[in-house]
Structure formats: C-alpha cells, structure tokens
Design a protein around this ligand. Structure first.
Ligand SMILES: CC(C)(COP(=O)(O)OP(=O)(O)OC[C@H]1O[C@@H](n2cnc3c(N)ncnc32)[C@H](O)[C@@H]1OP(=O)(O)O)[C@@H](O)C(=O)NCCC(=O)NCCS
Length: 168
C-alpha cells in the first residue's frame, strides 16, 4: 500500500467515493452529490491552507482518502482539526482505514495540531472501533442531531489529543 498526498488527478475517484456515501451511507449527512470541479476546489482549498489530503493506493488504484480541516471557524479552535476517512466499498474491512488514519495522525503531529476530532454516525460501529483502536475516546454523543433516509441520527464525537503542551 502506498499512502501519498492527493493530486488533482485523484479528483474523479474522490468524487466517486464521496457520492457513493451520499447516495448509500450515513457516514456523510449530505444528500446532494458533488461534481469533480467541487472536489478539485476542495483539494485546492486544503492545499492552500497547508492541510493534508492523503490517499491510499493499492496496485495503482486509489482505495480511499483521509483529510482534516478546521473543527470550528473561531480563532481559539485553530489547533483542533476535524478529520474524515472514506474508502471505496471494495477496499473496506482490510485495514486500509487505520493505515490512512495513522499517516494522517503523523501529519497532524508534525503540523502542530493539538487535537483531532472525528464526528461519527452513532451506528457506524466499524468506524467507532477503528477510532478506539487508534486511541480516540468518545467525548460526546449528540442524540438525534442529524437525519437521513427518514431516520434520526446520533452524532458521536471522538477525540485524540496529540500532545501535552501548555496552550501557547
Ligand atoms: C470506516 C472505515 C474508514 C474503516 O476503514 P477499514 O479499512 O474498513 O477499517 P478496518 O479494516 O480496520 O475495519 C474496521 C471495522 O469495520 C468493519 N468493516 C469495515 N468495512 C466493512 C464492511 N464493508 N463490511 C463489514 N464490516 C466492515 C471491520 O470488520 C472492522 O470491524 P472490527 O473492528 O470488529 O474488526 C471504512 O470502512 C469506510 O470507509 N467506511 C465507509 C465510510 C465511513 O464510514 N467512514 C468513516 C466516517 S467517520
């Protein structure tokens, strides 16, 4: 497995992964598909902000991606990032998500991030277990704060604090 920074040529597969989750899953609470131009803009925005978008490649095929961006826009949150990780369905359950997350955590540490927060659908036990194995702990559960496919969804917040530095 090769884990590398995403390039513009990955926009098509990032679009496919995102839209699959929009149409079929509750890991993403959006219902409108995106197009390739929007994913290119996402890549450009993250690049301009110095934020990583990592892809995992297996035998030349992109299996999935992981990234983080600001958790909340206010100044005081600037060392806290919210991350996401998505794999193509055929690559799930093979340890690629944890490998992507480990690489993302290294980037976060190197980039001076103090805390990483994942916002996870409460029934996404695969993702919750993955995060627990990586050392994340559940720090909040917000019942019925989302909806999709005619169901209320609970949001589970999981956090990994990356260092014990005093606040600057
Ligand atoms: C969640 C996700 C990132 C985990 O990555 P992964 O590489 O599949 O992780 P793992 O191989 O370590 O599997 C994690 C757990 O999920 C289960 N799992 C993952 N994909 C599965 C699938 N398609 N069917 C059944 N179980 C699956 C694994 O069996 C494992 O369970 P365990 O902890 O009891 O062993 C990945 O499955 C994915 O992209 N899912 C869809 C999008 C999503 O949920 N993203 C996370 C948003 S917070």
């Amino acid at each position: 497995m090769d884990i590398r920074d995403a390039i513009d040529a990955d926009a098509a597969v990032l679009t496919e992964i995102y839209n699959h989750e929009v149409a079929n899953g509750t890991a993403l609470w959006n219902v409108k598909p995106v197009d390739e131009a929007q994913r290119l803009a996402f890549l450009a925005d993250r690049r301009a902000a110095g934020l990583p978008v990592l892809v995992a490649e297996i035998d030349g095929e992109v299996a999935g991606y992981a990234s983080y961006g600001p958790f909340r826009p206010q100044d005081g949150f600037h060392q806290t990032m919210e991350h996401s990780v998505y794999l193509r369905p055929t690559f799930q359950g093979r340890g690629i998500g944890p490998a992507l997350m480990e690489a993302l955590i290294v980037r976060a540490r190197d980039g001076g991030v103090h805390a990483l927060v994942g916002a996870i659908d409460g029934v996404n036990t695969g993702s919750i277990r993955l995060h627990e194995r990586l050392g994340f702990t559940e720090v909040g559960r917000l019942p019925q704060t989302g909806q999709k496919f005619g169901r209320w969804l609970d949001l589970v917040l999981m956090q990994l604090t990356l260092d014990d530095r005093p606040a600057p």
